[in-house]
Ligand binder design. Sequence first.
Ligand SMILES: NC(=O)c1ccc[n+]([C@@H]2O[C@H](COP(=O)([O-])OP(=O)(O)OC[C@H]3O[C@@H](n4cnc5c(N)ncnc54)[C@H](O)[C@@H]3O)[C@@H](O)[C@H]2O)c1
Length: 371
Amino acid sequence: MKVSIIGAGDVGAQTANEIAGRQIADEVVLVDIVDGLPQGRALDIQQYCPTIDSETKVFGSNSYADTRGSDVVVIVAGSPRKPGMTRDDLLGINKKIVESVTKSVANYSPNAVLLVVTNPVDAMTYAAWKASGFESKRVLGMAGVLDTARLKTLIAEKAGCLFGDIEAMVIGAHGDDMVPMMSHAKIKNRSVTEFLTKNEIDEIIKKTQLASQKIIELTKRSTSFAPAGSIAKMVEAILNDSRDIMPCSAYLEGEYGYKDVYIGVPAVLGKDGVESVIEYELDENEKVMFERSVTHAKENIAKLGFGEMPEKVIDDTKDVEDEKKSTFVSDNMENAISKITADMQKLGNEPDQGSGNVENAKGEKSPISSG
Ligand SMILES: NC(=O)c1ccc[n+]([C@@H]2O[C@H](COP(=O)([O-])OP(=O)(O)OC[C@H]3O[C@@H](n4cnc5c(N)ncnc54)[C@H](O)[C@@H]3O)[C@@H](O)[C@H]2O)c1
């Protein structure tokens, strides 16, 4: 089993370390545009393997040819968030990187499953799907497993229970409007509402939505340990054809009432990627939150030039309670359209980071082969 990871930055390198450490694959190839970075990190990780009796081979490269014949390709190349940035601020720059990377890896591994991590992940997964020409089930995004880990951490802290006793899932967009599915959350098979008050649950939801922001503020850099563990968990499920149900960004074709969008939903993971999407009954509040999430993801997808701009437009200053009372379309439409037009103009002016073009998000140059 061969896994390639494109992007040898914080998350990519940590993911290679997790996959090699857990001996999930026989071979891990780490690729980056920066000369020396993937090679050096691969050597470090390879030398870690004997300390934990892992026989995984780890290799670093600046050439996509070395990814040939991968079973899974993790796409984590691109700019991360800095303090004060939202994931959406990365839309334009990361689209170009993700599209160029995807074309190169699809060329060398036409049968691979593509696992997209680059933010904003739901829109980037859509862009990767389009660029790959793959069936939608073989392109998926990682976020829900990470958001669920964060939710479980907060539930365990408040309820004083073990992580392993918690059953919970976070769906929706990977952003501040993600949807912790508290109506299905359980501790030892009993509803969390038996252990936590409504106020405590509301506080856990908010903290889950803002979990990464808190870490970015503290460390002044993007998160990496929990994302890498989450990616490794998904890669393992795919390579082992485990059929585990995990929340991931999957393409909807009518499930939950939505189409032509990548969004976080519970999915059965197997050797072909998303084997099926599982529909859970959502309560009224979760339905509103999920609709908001889908609208947000569709807005981002439309800003990339795909699909259609949704009729509803998100007003970030409103909370879900307000949305239940009004449809918020007309008041905000004008503002939203000018904001989107400005964003589109910005996208058109980004420096080119396309296939084979040798400049990364930091403006560093490298002779990478784009295949
Ligand atoms: N989906 C999630 O839950 C999740 C979690 C954490 C991070 N992320 C996202 O993952 C991405 C990477 O985060 P990071 O902290 O590792 O960033 P990083 O800056 O540490 O690493 C990114 C790497 O991508 C490389 N790169 C840029 N352009 C490239 C190209 N064209 N080809 C090959 N490599 C290229 C850079 O050289 C850099 O080494 C960000 O977009 C971040 O927001 C997503």
